[in-house]
Each structure stands twice: as structure tokens, then as C-alpha cells.
Write a protein that binds this ligand. Structure first.
Ligand code: AMP
Length: 496
């Protein structure tokens, strides 16, 4: 929709005749876009007798997406708000900001759809995992065509995800609870971008973690995959790679389209070559491997002809915590950020963050956080918004709680670009500080974490620094208060 806070605010101000200061006071009271809209519009709109028919909404949203520029979008919104009941406006605003907060989890929607169509919940969930699109699943269920939604080439499947584990002992407890029979597979945790590759009938497609096609950005890699003599769907990490070594993540970033503006440069292929390190195989020569154990998927994976551009990530088999620690250190010494531990008996579970894949990032912990406030910088950084305050999520209430502040580690050009972005996405100005729409996700590194009353979360980070932007993650995926508690090994210093 490309309709952020600034546009929403503009339309609400126009329809309600509210002054900026009152708007801020209302927002502060609710901290929720929908409730702010509902409260501001009470008594200010002239809705017709019948409510806005749901069937008209798709065309209206399509138009909003089509319109260019904030002015046109705000007018489109205004015209609609002016004839909505405040409670309708509330949900419209919530849908636009993508933050419903109605306590409805995806699992419940799956259950409701299954009950409605008389389908087994398991079948419906599976279809949702495969497509990652509950809307498409509902549409298929309407036509009785759920079975059609199996894994298919050139339709990307949601990625299987990993849960964090603070140390090697934790991994052993999860993956090999009974003594003696342990076999835990570890792989290095590569610091690139997640990539799913589909190769069939001479065609190749690469998809990013958000299931966006990125083949056009990596034609050199696509050509290398084309040469593989078998058809397959693989999962792995795309790295900038040259002369047998991974290049820093920043190099890879040059080849990626960034979130705002600029697309990737197609001519950097020679200068910044990439390699795909495959660690899983989802489909091989017409056969789905999703339900096969990792052991079998790996055997097939290792049968692929690897080369400089398409590599198979090696596995180290570990029997106990000290072997895991050794593998971790070896991975760190090779410049990787940590270790992934996997259960060789586990199926591939698209879209699920379970405990069959665990990630160990100890000693160099990072947190995924969202920027909630920005501040004007000093000295060289005068005139740009360079100090970011960021937050984690309280998993029980869903609220964001600040945990730290860091100077942006971005390039000058990026800082300038984000300055503009944050100016447009400011919710409230408080002197030098601006409360901003929580939409920019960062990965921050730090040396340690301890309970502290300095921030809302009840924790503080020692030496936080921005490691990179995580525009491949959504706000629902940032780290939680519970995870901070695990890392800190102590409860927060502030009661929630
Ligand atoms: P995080 O981004 O910190 O949630 O860690 C999970 C990510 O690690 C995955 O989405 C992958 O992009 C990346 N990763 C790197 N190496 C591996 C590996 N060997 N197995 C699975 N994921 C990996």
C-alpha cells in the first residue's frame, strides 16, 4: 500500500479537524493506530445507513496501492474515512498499519477455516505452510482444491526457521535428551542471506527469505545453477564469495536492492561474486522430500555436483556439549557468526520456528530489534538522524519495550536515506527526539546484557552496535523479553 503513518495522520487530521497537538495526545493515550482513528473520528463522519460492504474493500485497497504520492493517497483515505463509522475506521487503520492486535493468532484462523470447510486442520495447516499464503489457502479450500497446493517448482515454500539456544548444553538437552545415543548435526551459521533455489527443465529461480524472486540480481549464480544436470529445490545461504573465502556482508548488500529506493546493481557480478551454500533439499527429481528426515535429504543434497558457485555446506556430527563447543569455535575462527544444530531425524517444516533447528550465537550475541525512536546526531552527524533507540517485544502483551540506544553503523548515504524515511514516519516530536513508526528492524551486537532500570524492558546492553539492517524480517520476528531473560540469566529489573 505504501501508506505509512504520515499519510494516515494527514487523512485523520483532515477529516476530524483535529490539531496536531491533540492528535499526539490521543495517540499517546492509546498507542494504537486503530483506537486513535476511532477516537478522533467519533461524531466527525457522516456514514450512510448501511455499513461499508466488505466486497467493496478489495477494489478500494487496490486503488490505494495504485495511487502515487502522499497527497493522492491521503485524499483517497480522507474520502473513505469521511463516510465510515468510527469503529469501521478503527479496523481500516489497523489493517493499513498491519498491526491488528486483536489477539487472533494465525493458528486460530487456520482452525476456523478448517471447521468451515469441513477439512482436517492438519491438511489446512500443511497447505498454509507450503504456500505461506493463508488467503490463497482459503481460496483453494472454497473450490475444494486444497490438494493442488503441494510443493511445486517455481512456487517458493516458506523457510524452516531455527530457535535460539544460549549454549551447547541447551542444545544437547533439546536434541539428545537421552544419554548415549546422541547424534547432533551442526553446520556453520553463515552470515549471508537465506535463499531458496528452484531448478527444473532448464529454468532457474532464486527466492529470498520473504519469498521474493531475486534471480535478476544474481544472473551469474543462476547460470551456475542452470548447469546442474538434475532438477531440485534447495535451501541455503547466499554469500559474497571470492577466492575460497566469504566476503563481508556489506559487500553482498551492494548487490541487493535495499528497502528504500535503489535496486541492486546488475554489473557488480564480476567484482562481487556470490556463492550459494546449500544446507537442505526440499524436492529432488519430481519427489517431495519435505516429510523425509534430514538424513535422507542430506544424502540427496550431497549427490549434487558442487562447485565454486554452488556449494554443499559441510556437517559436523557431534555427540556431546564439548564437541558442539569445539565446532562453534571452529566456525567462529572461520569468520562465521555461530553454529546451527539440527536433528537428523527431523522433517522439513516450512515456516515453523521449532526446536529441531537451533542456533547458537554465544559470545557474540545479537538481538533483532525494532527502531522506535531517533535523535539528531552531533558533530559530523549534525543534521541527520543518527542515534537510534530500539526495542524488543514483550511476548505476553505484544508491547514494544526499549532496550538500548546505538549510533547508526550505516554508511553516510544510508543514514541520509533513513533520515528522510524517519522524518516521514515520525509519530511524535519531543525536542531532539522523535518517536517513530516501528518499522525498521536492526540486528544489534553487544558484549553483554544485564538487568537495569535504564530502559523499559528492564535490561541494558553493554556496547550495543548496529550490525546490520534486517529488512528481511518482520516486526513479529524481533526478539522477545523472554529471550533477553534467557540470555541475561536473570529477570528484568522492571516489573511488567
Ligand atoms: P537468524 O537470522 O538469526 O534468525 O538465524 C536464522 C538464519 O540463519 C536463517 O534464516 C539462515 O538465513 C541463516 N543460516 C546460516 N547458516 C545456516 C545453516 N547452516 N542452516 C540454517 N540456517 C542458516
Amino acid at each position: 500500500l505504501q501508506t505509512g503513518w504520515a499519510i494516515l495522520k494527514r487523512a485523520l487530521l483532515a477529516v476530524s479537524g483535529t490539531r496536531e497537538a491533540d492528535f499526539r495526545a490521543t495517540y499517546r493515550k492509546y498507542s494504537d493506530s486503530g483506537e486513535t482513528a476511532e477516537s478522533l473520528l467519533a461524531g466527525k463522519t457522516s456514514p450512510p445507513a448501511a455499513p461499508w460492504p466488505l466486497a467493496e474493500a478489495p477494489a478500494w485497497f487496490a486503488r490505494l496501492a495504485e495511487l502515487r504520492g502522499p497527497q493522492a493517497k491521503a485524499e483517497h483515505l480522507e474520502a473513505r474515512f469521511a463516510v465510515l463509522r468510527p469503529v469501521e475506521a478503527k479496523y481500516l487503520a489497523k489493517i493499513i498499519t498491519g498491526d491488528l492486535r486483536i489477539g487472533l493468532k494465525e493458528g486460530l484462523v487456520e482452525e476456523a477455516l478448517a471447521a468451515h470447510f469441513g477439512i482436517e486442520v492438519r491438511a489446512l495447516r500443511e497447505a498454509n505452510m507450503l504456500t505461506g499464503d493463508l488467503g490463497a489457502v482459503a481460496a483453494a479450500a472454497t473450490g475444494g482444491e486444497l490438494a493442488r497446493l503441494g510443493i511445486r517448482t517455481f512456487r517458493p515454500v516458506q523457510f524452516m526457521l531455527a530457535s535460539p539456544e544460549p549454549d551447547a548444553e541447551g542444545i544437547v538437552k533439546r536434541l539428545a535428551p537421552a544419554e548415549g545415543e546422541a547424534e547432533i548435526w551442526t553446520e556453520e551459521k553463515y552470515d549471508g542471506i537465506r535463499c531458496q533455489v528452484h531448478k527444473a527443465q532448464g529454468r532457474v529461480a532464486l527466492y529470498s527469505r520473504e519469498l521474493r524472486e531475486i534471480t535478476g540480481q544474481f544472473p551469474d549464480l543462476a547460470r551456475a545453477v542452470e548447469a546442474v544436470p538434475v532438477d531440485f529445490i534447495g535451501d541455503g545461504e547466499l554469500l559474497a564469495w571470492s577466492n575460497g573465502k566469504a566476503l563481508p556482508f556489506a559487500e553482498l548488500q551492494k548487490r541487493l536492492g535495499r528497502k528504500i529506493g535503489a535496486v541492486g546493481d546488475l554489473f557488480l557480478g564480476e567484482e562481487i561474486p556470490v556463492s550459494l551454500w546449500l544446507y537442505d533439499l526440499l524436492w529432488f527429481e519430481g519427489e517431495s522430500l519435505l516429510k523425509s528426515p534430514l538424513r535422507k535429504r542430506r544424502a540427496r543434497l550431497e549427490s549434487l555436483p558442487a562447485g565454486e558457485r554452488l556449494q554443499v555446506a559441510p556437517v559436523t556430527r557431534c555427540a556431546n556439549a564439548s564437541e558442539i563447543d569445539a565446532a562453534f569455535l571452529a566456525a567462529r575462527q572461520r569468520g562465521n557468526e555461530g553454529l546451527m544444530a539440527k536433528d537428523p531425524a527431523s522433517p522439513y517444516q516450512p515456516g515453523r520456528r521449532g526446536h529441531q533447528w537451533l542456533k547458537l550465537k554465544k559470545a557474540y550475541a545479537t538481538l533483532d530489534v525494532v527502531v522506535v525512536g531517533v535523535e539528531w546526531g552531533h558533530g559530523k552527524r549534525r543534521g541527520v538522524l543518527s542515534d537510534y533507540t530500539f526495542a524488543i517485544r514483550d511476548e505476553r502483551s505484544g508491547e514494544l519495550r526499549t532496550i538500548g540506544k546505538a549510533y547508526s553503523g550505516l554508511t553516510d548515504a544510508e543514514i541520509a536515506e533513513y533520515t528522510e524515511y524517519f522524518l516521514e514516519h515520525t509519530i511524535e516530536e519531543k525536542g531532539r527526539y522523535r518517536l517513530v513508526e516501528p518499522s525498521v528492524i536492526l540486528e544489534v551486537a553487544f558484549d553483554s546484557i544485564q538487568p537495569s532500570t535504564r530502559h523499559q524492558s528492564g535490561y541494558a546492553l553493554r556496547f550495543p552496535r548496529i550490525k546490520r539492517l534486517r529488512d528481511d524480517k518482520k516486526i513479529g520476528e524481533i526478539d522477545t523479553l523472554a529471550h533477553c531473560q534467557t540470555l541475561a540469566g536473570a529477570p528484568p529489573a522492571v516489573e511488567h
